[in-house]
Design a protein around this ligand. Sequence first.
Ligand code: AQP
Length: 300
Amino acid sequence: PKRVLSGIQPTGTLHLGNYFGAVEKWKHLQDKADGDVILSIVDLHSITFPQVPQHVLLGWVLGSLTTMARLYHFPQYKEKSESLKDIPLGLFVYPVLQAADILLYKSTHVPVGEDQVQHLHLAQHLVHAFNNKYGVTFPIPEYLVEAQSGAGRIKSLKEPGRKMSKSHPDQKSRIEITDSPDEIRSKIKKALTDFTSEVEYDPENRPGVSNLIDIHSLATNKNRTDIVREAAGLDTGQYKLVVAEAVIAKLAPIRAELMKLLDSKEYLDNVLAEGSAKAETIAAKTWEEVSRKIGFDDRH
Ligand code: AQP
């Protein structure tokens, strides 16, 4: 059976990048109802307490099946460790824990963005390594291609060379989905562009305005060519106002629903409790099979 797995770290409020890059795609997957869809809040990745020990246990097993040399080459590790003097071991083994998340549910499909392709390769490699050593246990997780849309990363409003991020200290670098219309206007007005006033799509040379065009395109489902054509005659300052209104319109119903949900704590707690009970059942069964195949005794 098809089983799709995806997750998000609880490291801040969702921003436009998370929404367009992940959440909106999840909604499509859920609506399509083609197989199981497991969506998770990956709290171990963000270092809270372990609620589901099987993730850590399987992560340890998988860690013994790969090498440091392989993990050194991950771009996310390289990028995040560059600015650190002391690199936490957890940051280094992160992709192994991610592979454990995928394998623990015997996931068959994983929607990934381009920055995650190597991580999925690692998960595939670990499936081969485990299955060869202990007998066929896991399916090979595949990319979920339909879930990848045209646009790449949404970039930071302040440093368009970097992606928009939840945990970046500068709140003005991102649009959060809970931002008020005024906050959205103000952030987009202050978004970094360049000294050319024309609105054109040229991500390499003009990343700032190109990022706004990408955001505009995702918010309205219009293609970039039409957007640029319609913006002829506007300078980037005027164009920012257009983008802001498009984002406000897109987020209005999402924000309203979110506010309603935040008021119904009981409902949210139920969704989480029901979801984790279902996930636990699968995770416990897989871990039982894994420990039996490895030869851990009954006490585990
Ligand atoms: N800027 C982005 N553009 C498009 N998609 C994005 N995603 C994240 N940033 C962008 C997608 O959102 C999901 C969330 O992934 P995550 O929470 O596991 O961590 P992340 O990718 O590292 O996201 P953040 O927002 O940058 O979090 P922090 O600041 O905590 O590292 C993923 O599907 C990701 O592709």
